[in-house]
Design a protein around this ligand. Structure first.
Ligand code: COA
Length: 173
């Protein structure tokens, strides 16, 4: 689907590839999900709701996975935002996570580039997403990829004793 390279400090020079997820990725994606979401990136309560199957909520077809040297190192869930025709053309990223050991090497950037390419192939005009105002690393990443803030919902969530805003961002394709 797309191919980039991790920097030379990786142990081998294998390409980082992005492909559609398949059922066999379930365990690897579950392992990433179990460590990715904390108070700044998601909801701590989410960990208690994670099932034994990653694809329990949403099947492989909605996921792009990044693979490095035969190992799944990240995923991006891309879905239609609305289930009705008037909202056609708006996609939403409902999850983006990278294994702790693979962070800071462009995996999420590669997945975001692949999502934009897929959006264009699907004739989408926009990709939207939500994030916590405290997730500054993710916000920087999205801004670098052309996402802009469309709105902020102050005091939307109470997370570990602190009220947190929810931020809506979107990229026009
Ligand atoms: C946010 C998250 C997805 C980013 O994944 P990532 O693969 O580390 O992201 P990237 O490597 O593409 O970019 C992150 C940083 O690495 C840097 N980077 C990218 N490519 C690089 C490379 N080849 N060499 C060194 N650094 C690089 C980027 O410049 C960026 O730095 P900065 O934003 O601090 O300036 C990841 O931290 C994560 O899974 N977090 C938990 C879940 C989460 O917050 N998801 C988003 C919810 S909205």
């Amino acid at each position: 689907m797309s191919e980039h390279r991790l920097p030379a400090d990786r142990s081998t020079d294998q390409p980082l590839t992005v492909r559609r997820a398949v059922e066999a990725d379930d365990a690897a994606l579950l392992a990433i999900d179990r460590t990715a979401w904390d108070a700044s990136s998601g909801f701590p309560s989410y960990q208690e709701t994670i099932k034994d199957t990653f694809f329990a909520r949403c099947g492989p077809e909605a996921h792009l996975v990044a693979e490095y040297d035969g190992e799944v190192v990240g995923y991006l869930r891309l879905q239609d935002k609305y289930p009705f025709p008037e909202g056609a053309g708006v996609l939403t990223i409902n999850g983006l996570a990278v294994a702790q050991s693979a962070r800071g090497r462009g995996v999420a950037s590669t997945l975001l580039a692949a999502a934009a390419a897929e959006g264009r192939l699907r004739d989408a005009r926009k990709i939207s997403l939500h994030l916590h105002s405290t997730n500054t690393a993710a916000r920087r990443l999205y801004e670098r990829h052309g996402y802009v803030i469309e709105g902020t919902h102050p005091n939307e969530f109470l997370i570990e004793g602190t009220y947190t805003a929810s931020v809506d961002m979107a990229k026009t394709l």
